[in-house]
Structures are given as C-alpha cells and as structure tokens.
Design a protein around this ligand. Sequence first.
Ligand code: NAD
Length: 260
Amino acid sequence: MTTHKRIAVVTGAAGDIGRAIAARLAASHDIIVLVDIDAGALESAVAALGGGAAYVTMVADVTSADSLKSMTDQLEARGKVVTLVNNAGAARAVSLHDTTPEIWRMDSSLNLEAAFLTFRAFERDLKEMQGSVVNIASVNGMAVFGHPAYSAAKAGLIHLTKLIAVEYGKFGIRANAVAPGTVRTQAWEARAEANPNVFEEVKRWYALRRIATTHDVANAVHFLASDQAAAITGVCLPVDCGLTAGQAELAHTFSQSEHY
Ligand SMILES: NC(=O)c1ccc[n+]([C@@H]2O[C@H](COP(=O)([O-])OP(=O)(O)OC[C@H]3O[C@@H](n4cnc5c(N)ncnc54)[C@H](O)[C@@H]3O)[C@@H](O)[C@H]2O)c1
C-alpha cells in the first residue's frame, strides 16, 4: 500500500491567524502549505515559523480557479491534502450605507466563494484521504457587528460548511467552521490607529472580559481537524470568549440583578 505524505493547506497563511494555524498543524501533518496572495508577507511568515522542510509556500489568489488549479497541479507530486483550512478573508466597508456593489462582490468572492473553489480544487484528495475542512468564519456570520458584506459572506460560509458536511459525509469528509470574535491581528491596524483603546473597550462585551488570541483560534482548528473530532461535522464553533453567548450588561438591565 502506498503511503502518502499528509498535507495541510492553510489559505491566508501570511496573516496572523493563518500563521498560528500553520504552526499548530505542523506536528500532525507532514507538509504544511502556506497559501497567500502577498508573496512578501508569505516569506516573512515562513521565516517567523522557522522555515524547515515541513513548510511550503505558494503564492495564489484563492478567488481565482486558475490560480488554485496551478496550486493543485504543483502539490500532486508532494502528497495528499488531508486538511484544508479556508482562512483567507478580509472585510471592507463597515456599514451597509458605505457598501458599494463592487465591495459587496469582492467580500462575497473572498469570504465565501473562495472556500467553495478551494474545496472543489482539493475535493479528490479529501475524498481519498477522508480528510477534513475547517472554514474560518466569524461571529459576524452569527449576528450583526458591522461590516455587512463580509458578515453576509461569513454567514454563507457557515452554511457552506453544512452543505459540505451533509453531501460529502458519505465519503468520510468532515467540514466544520470556527467563528472567532475579536482577535488582535494586522486586520485591526486601521481601527487600532483610529482608537488606540479599541481592544480595551471591546473587552466589556466579552463574558471572559478578554479577547481571543491567534493561538486560541489555532487550537480550535487543530482540534476540529484531528481524530479527537472524528464524530463532529457541520458545526460552527465560536472562539469568542462568550460574545455570542449573551451580554452581561443587557442581562443586568433586563433582570436588575446585581449578579451580572
Ligand atoms: N482578526 C479578527 O478579529 C477576526 C475575527 C473573526 C474572524 N477573522 C477571520 O480570520 C481570518 C484571518 O484573519 P486575520 O485577522 O489573520 O487577517 P489578516 O489580514 O492578518 O490575514 C488575512 C490574509 O489573507 C490574505 N489574502 C487576502 N486575499 C487573498 C486572496 N485573494 N488569496 C489569498 N490570500 C489572500 C492576506 O494577504 C492576508 O495575509 C479571516 O478569514 C478573518 O475574516 C478574523
């Protein structure tokens, strides 16, 4: 029997969360493929990971089927994809009022359609290896917290996760989503510049009175991609320090109890 090298593909891996996921999956996979559209950032990311044979970088635009095809062709000789983490994502306009049709399409393309395209690109390997998909959604896909086009796409991504789980479960493929709350990454740079206290101010909305770290997100991805989660598919796991569980301040107003 041929044994194949086990590959994990992480998109948007030059970003802070993607890099943490790549590092976390390194122990359980033979090869980690870090995919990003930003070649320079990708090189810095892999340098920060310490390089090594386990990491392979690929510059690709995950919204382009052609770009993904060339990636799957290059990976064919290296092994089989057992884990696909759709992590590339970005949010543009903050309100519906500011959202142009172009922004709507760009956010849908990157945060939703790209995960469909990458899944189809690696579907054959995932079937053969009974692999798993982890989609990085957001609490924005569960309730309204601003960034409308991004949020609608993330809600779609949570549904795509269930679509894959239900249709491909018969092949042994599992699909799950992780929905982070606020995580301090480069994606927050502009907001942190506009308000240097933004990370302190958000803490009051989180039950644990803190925000999640890139490592918290990576740990959840690692769990969902592992055999420990062999019976878990089609779920969306919030990694949000309790944000979507409820609001203590509102519970206090509603109940007038001093315990909130
Ligand atoms: N940071 C947060 O507070 C937060 C909260 C919830 C969800 N998320 C989600 O986590 C994921 C990672 O976020 P982050 O904060 O690390 O962002 P980030 O901006 O640090 O990283 C995103 C990476 O995706 C890459 N990318 C963008 N377009 C691409 C494309 N077309 N093809 C390939 N790569 C592309 C970027 O170059 C970047 O390196 C995203 O899906 C984001 O929506 C983040």
